[in-house]
Design a protein around this ligand. Structure first.
Ligand SMILES: [Zn+2]
Length: 199
């Protein structure tokens, strides 16, 4: 359940940052606030109902954490470890992921729309009902996962390994696919183009 308030700055529509009065953009002493938020995440296993919009994470470990109903929109993640992470009903839209690793992770109802993934690894993970729509994915290893009912609509996917994946009910409709390896994945159960729509 989301319980976010809007930023106290007039005409700003962002959610308040981490229980304060303003969004991260409008927090006074922004770097101090961001540092406290990083410490909070580092020291907390169950992270829920919080907004971390616009934060930058570098060489940061989310390993073993449970993230429920959180906002990480417009964030950047460089060299971050998401191994053994459980993420439920959270938003990572418009974010950048570079050199990040998801291993034995679970994501359910997670939105990662319009995000960039470059040199990222997702292996041995269950990613259900999640949304990568409009995302740019390049030079990634997404092999050996269960992506049941997730969506990669209208994206730009390049040189990425989707081998040995369950892609049942996964939609790649309107996406540009270039150099994608689907070996041993059930492509016949995925959706690659609109069909059967008749007036
Ligand atoms: Zn604001």
């Amino acid at each position: 359940m989301f319980s976010f308030k809007k930023c106290g700055e007039k005409s700003c529509h962002n959610f308040i940052f981490n229980g304060g009065l303003f969004c991260l953009k409008h927090c006074a002493r922004e770097s101090h606030t961001e540092k406290k938020a990083l410490e909070f995440i580092r020291d907390t296993q169950l992270i829920q109902n919080l907004n971390f919009q616009f934060m930058k994470f570098q060489d940061f470990s989310f390993s073993g954490k449970h993230i429920n109903s959180c906002f990480f929109k417009n964030c950047s993640f460089r060299n971050c470890d998401f191994s053994d992470v459980q993420i439920n009903q959270s938003f990572f839209d418009f974010s950048d992921f570079e050199n990040c690793t998801f291993r034995k992770s679970t994501m359910k109802f997670v939105s990662l729309a319009a995000s960039d993934f470059h040199h990222c690894t997702i292996n041995e993970s269950d990613i259900f009902h999640s949304n990568f729509n409009g995302s740019k994915i390049s030079s990634c290893d997404f092999s050996g996962n269960d992506f049941y009912f997730s969506a990669f609509l209208n994206g730009n996917l390049k040189q990425t390994d989707f081998s040995n994946c369950n892609i049942k009910k996964v939609s790649f409709v309107f996406s540009k696919l270039d150099g994608i390896n689907f070996k041993f994945s059930n492509t016949q159960e995925a959706l690659f183009e609109m069909s059967g729509y008749q007036i």
